[in-house]
Design a protein around this ligand. Structure first.
Ligand SMILES: *Cc1c(COP(=O)(O)O)cnc(C)c1O
Length: 374
């Protein structure tokens, strides 16, 4: 039976229609999305829409939705030699706002527009805020973005130039999230962590990888592990393709954290938690990921692992990527460092590995200059 997409509370199992604008369930539990849409593979194969919206048939959104879109997505998948092995890298740093967060933003702001929302609230360490502000500008929706006081100046300029109101919050990333949640009590919370619709966008990352490899699934995918918006999205996407019989197995998902802030690495490997230190990889420095359990489950169920990388390894990986012509930001370089570790220490002979450049270096050129000088 065909069911309209709806939210499901992870704790009580209660369901809510998308029109409810809910972003949390009973007692503050997380929501997931359920839908019975199915990717129309023939339509995809004959589509001349070279954006992530070519997969709309598989996305859990209302059929009649009108898109808030820059024809984003379907990012290049390039071959690169890393640690003397051929790997493939998705160039998600080429998105309109400069990071893969646009995958989620186009899905979420399209839904907000569809439902007649005219104001949203969001919190971010920078890039998710930039993506939401970017798509709100296109949609004509006003938005307030809560960010930690130490966010990169370039990201703040990017957010405010779209007309979004910035709320600087002193203290931890968690305090920023708390302030946004309070403000969201009576508006739409366009949260990349809480709102399940964001993952309906990020899951297209998995669809694209498979289609760009002639529907052959790789053996492993190396991803950032901050809040897990790409990791969980990828897990959902690969699982759906498997459920629909389009691919036969799941790739191992490998989550990369900075050693200076690696709660999931420690939990996954049964190690004692450690206190967190600042890191070059500001975008994955998440001390308490809201969907930690889902990230751990996704990695475990695919037979993957968590890897951590030191500040020295991040700096080295940043230099290597930029010397090859890929101007990525330090957070993105952390994933590249993790890919290098994975290839050296974990990958089997002939394993087919895909990874991603997540964010554009233009967002943090001052920081990059400092790192390259070292
Ligand atoms: C958000 C972000 C990440 C981390 O993604 P999570 O969803 O938090 O795991 C990595 N790189 C860049 C450039 C980002 O913007």
């Amino acid at each position: 039976m065909s069911e309209k997409p709806h939210f499901i509370c992870q704790s009580s199992g209660e369901s809510y229609p998308l029109e409810s604008l809910k972003w949390q369930g009973a007692h503050g539990a997380l929501l997931d999305l359920e839908h019975s849409n199915r990717l129309d593979l023939d339509a995809v194969k004959s589509s001349n829409d070279y954006s992530l919206w070519r997969y709309q048939s598989g996305m859990g959104l209302p059929k009649a939705i009108s898109r808030v879109s820059f024809a984003e997505g379907f990012s290049p998948l390039v071959r690169l030699e890393v640690e003397r092995q051929a790997v493939e890298i998705k160039l998600d740093y080429l998105f309109p706002s400069g990071s893969y967060k646009d995958r989620g933003a186009t899905a979420l702001i399209s839904l907000a527009k569809h439902l007649g929302v005219n104001e949203v609230v969001q919190d971010s360490s920078g890039n998710a805020g930039a993506a939401i502000a970017n798509y709100c500008a296109l949609a004509g929706i006003s938005c307030r973005i809560f960010v930690p006081a130490n966010t990169s100046p370039a990201k703040l300029v990017q957010i405010s130039s779209f007309g979004a109101q910035i709320e600087l919050v002193e203290g931890s990333r968690e305090m920023t999230a708390q302030a946004a949640r309070e403000a969201a009590a009576d508006t739409f919370y366009a949260s990349h962590v809480w709102n399940p619709i964001f993952y309906e966008g990020t899951k297209t990352f998995a669809y694209e990888i498979c289609e760009q490899r002639a529907w052959r699934v790789p053996d492993a995918v190396v991803l950032p592990a901050g809040n897990g918006t790409l990791l969980i999205g990828a897990y959902i996407g690969f699982n759906e393709l498997k459920d629909w019989g389009i691919i036969q197995k799941l790739p191992k998902l490998v989550g990369v954290q900075a050693s200076n802030c690696a709660p999931l690495y420690h939990e996954f490997h049964g190690l004692d938690p450690q206190s967190n230190q600042p890191t070059y990889a500001e975008g994955i420095a998440i001390a308490i990921p809201g969907r930690a359990q889902q990230m751990l489950d996704a990695v475990r169920k695919t037979g993957g692992t968590f890897i951590k990388v030191t500040e020295g390894e991040i700096a080295q990986a940043l230099k290597e990527a930029i010397s090859k012509g890929y101007f990525i930001e330090p957070t993105s370089a952390a994933v590249f460092a993790g890919l290098k570790n994975y290839l050296r220490e974990y990958a089997g002979e002939g394993e087919e590995v895909v990874s991603v450049f997540t964010g554009n270096g233009l967002k943090s050129s001052e920081k990059i200059q400092k790192i390259l000088k070292k």
